[in-house]
Design a protein around this ligand. Sequence first.
Ligand SMILES: NC(=O)c1ccc[n+]([C@@H]2O[C@H](COP(=O)([O-])OP(=O)(O)OC[C@H]3O[C@@H](n4cnc5c(N)ncnc54)[C@H](OP(=O)(O)O)[C@@H]3O)[C@@H](O)[C@H]2O)c1
Length: 262
Amino acid sequence: MAAAQGYRAVITGAGGGIGAAIARALAPRAAALVLVGRRAEPLAALAAGLGVPCRIVCGDLLDDRTLVEIEAAARAAGGIDLLVNNAGVSDFHAFETQSPAQIRAMLDTNLLAPMLLTRRLIPLLKEAQAAQIVNIGSVFGMLGFPGFAAYGASKAGLAGFSQALRRELSDTSVAVRHFAPRATRTPINSTAVDAMNRELRTAEDSPEAVAAAFMDFLGTRAWQRTLGGQERFFVLVNKLLPGLPDGAIRKQLAVIRKHLPT
Ligand SMILES: NC(=O)c1ccc[n+]([C@@H]2O[C@H](COP(=O)([O-])OP(=O)(O)OC[C@H]3O[C@@H](n4cnc5c(N)ncnc54)[C@H](OP(=O)(O)O)[C@@H]3O)[C@@H](O)[C@H]2O)c1
């Protein structure tokens, strides 16, 4: 699935974490990048070091004007053949006391924004000989975990969206794919999540390792990839025999509760 003359890509949430690592990994094989985020400085610093023509769109993905600007930047770049819906937010919290604003922010940012951006860019993606949309999900979208009910719902929604749209566009030149990292050391995780992960001995990846796996995934025809052998196994067991992870996670609940913000 490699682009013959280099990828022309839009990457959302490129200002840090996994998005910046993907931009760095993609740059040597890219012809043009459109980097999207809310903070201008990290995007400018990233663009300056990539050695590939970059356009920066600094704006909030929840604002329609940002989506319009992304489309304009993608057209100005000569079209695109890759959309990486990576921007996301998370709020580790007991659901019953989580603020409605946080719940909305997760669903709007992690699910609705990538859907609306995808909708806007499909006509442009269809103009490329072969194009792909890669939605960055999460293991927690496939394996529900306490403290992440709203986040998991947003990522499960993204997985469902990816699958349905993949089938809807299966007779076009646009492939829709879903890439689900496991825990990764980035600012999205609060100190409480970091402390819980340490206590639960949760395996964590670096953003660079996730970006390397992403590049490998781009070169395959698989529609979906979940990172981590153990995580893939748990996701499979969760599908076939959900009672087993219910019991295992129930045993971790006291530790999880200890780290939940009050
Ligand atoms: N880290 C993990 O443990 C983990 C595990 C599984 C999946 N993921 C997923 O991986 C993706 C990347 O997360 P990350 O770990 O790299 O976190 P991160 O470092 O916090 O990066 C998220 C990026 O999204 C951007 N963003 C958030 N809301 C936005 C909005 N409304 N408009 C525009 N940009 C917005 C942020 O940019 P600005 O601050 O500039 O707005 C930020 O650069 C997310 O979808 C996340 O759910 C992460």
